[in-house]
Design a protein. Structure first.
Length: 302
């Protein structure tokens, strides 16, 4: 059995829906409120678990608070078959929280309170070194400290594990961190933060990808929402289109894409095949409300 490792955040998502997203200084009445389980790390672990085959084991390393939200998360993740040996409880801290505004077009803006996520440390990761030894792939994001991200990537490289970074939320990253990445998956906003290049078409996506290649990253996948993804490997790039769907909520689309991508690559699919699989999974996710509640299962992609 192969091991897929996700290191990252877990949040309780407070979701408010509107006709249009509020502007600065504007107060609007929400049409609906709901509490969802989210966090980029947790979403990606759930996606990997639901989309994996029976020969893949998904492990999640995270830091949770000592509250009821954490208990609910553990129960749900266990039901999805995720190995939680690396999930730590931080005493006297709340589980991470996010407030998400969604409009009728499925667009969103998100504010995050890290809570226990901020306490995931290099020491926690070192204690789980056995998981890195066993893992084929590591998937990590930027909702925990950069120190934890750097340490996770370092451990993975030491144990010859393929590393995938979803650089979200957008941030400028050091060369020391970027050189540890095998595959990077920014969206347009995140690509701009990393390269200073505004991705608006295939030509600008190619320039952004080349900038990341020069920093030592072999595979660059720039997700383009409904347009699909620009995939560049050793300077050879192409757009792989996504299925056409009616999006109602894009909250976990990128997370579903990343979890699916890792699963498909671990199964031995080519890069093109893996991105097509990830596009299909994320396109289905955006037709549903919620974060983890929107993530599809493998049999739904048949």
């Amino acid at each position: 059995m192969s091991t897929l490792l996700v290191v990252g955040s877990a949040n309780a998502d407070h979701v408010l829906t509107f006709n249009e997203l509020p502007q600065a200084g504007q107060t609007l009445i929400s049409q609906q409120y709901r509490l969802e389980l989210g966090g980029k790390g947790a979403n990606q672990a759930v996606a990997a678990a639901r989309l994996s085959n029976t020969g893949q084991n998904v492990c999640f390393i995270s830091a949770l608070g000592d509250d009821s939200n954490a208990a609910t998360m553990r129960k749900n993740w266990t039901a999805d078959g995720i190995d939680l040996i690396g999930c730590y409880e931080i005493a006297n801290e709340s589980t991470g929280t996010a407030v998400i505004f969604v409009n009728q077009q499925g667009e969103n803006c998100i504010g995050v309170v890290p809570g226990a996520n901020a306490y995931l440390s290099a020491q926690h990761l070192q204690q789980q070194q056995a998981l890195f030894t066993q893992a084929n792939f590591l998937l990590v994001q930027l909702e925990t400290s950069l120190d934890s991200v750097h340490h996770a990537l370092t451990l993975a490289k030491q144990h010859h594990c393929t590393t995938i970074l979803n650089p979200a939320p957008a941030a400028k990253l050091s060369n020391d961190l970027l050189c540890l990445i095998d595959i990077i998956t920014p969206n347009e906003t995140e690509a701009f933060a990393l390269t200073g290049i505004d991705v608006i078409d295939q030509q600008s996506a190619a320039k952004a990808a080349e900038s990341l290649h020069r920093q030592g990253i072999n595979i660059v996948i720039i997700t383009l929402g409904s347009k699909g993804a620009y995939v560049s490997e050793k300077g050879q790039g192409r757009i792989i289109p996504a299925p056409t769907v009616s999006a109602i909520d894009t909250v976990a689309a990128g997370d579903t894409f990343n979890g699916a991508l890792m699963v498909a690559l671990d199964e031995g699919k080519t890069l093109n095949e893996a991105v097509k699989f990830a596009n299909k999974a994320s396109s289905l996710a955006v037709t549903r409300h919620g974060a983890q509640s929107s993530i599809p299962y493998r049999n739904e992609l048949a």
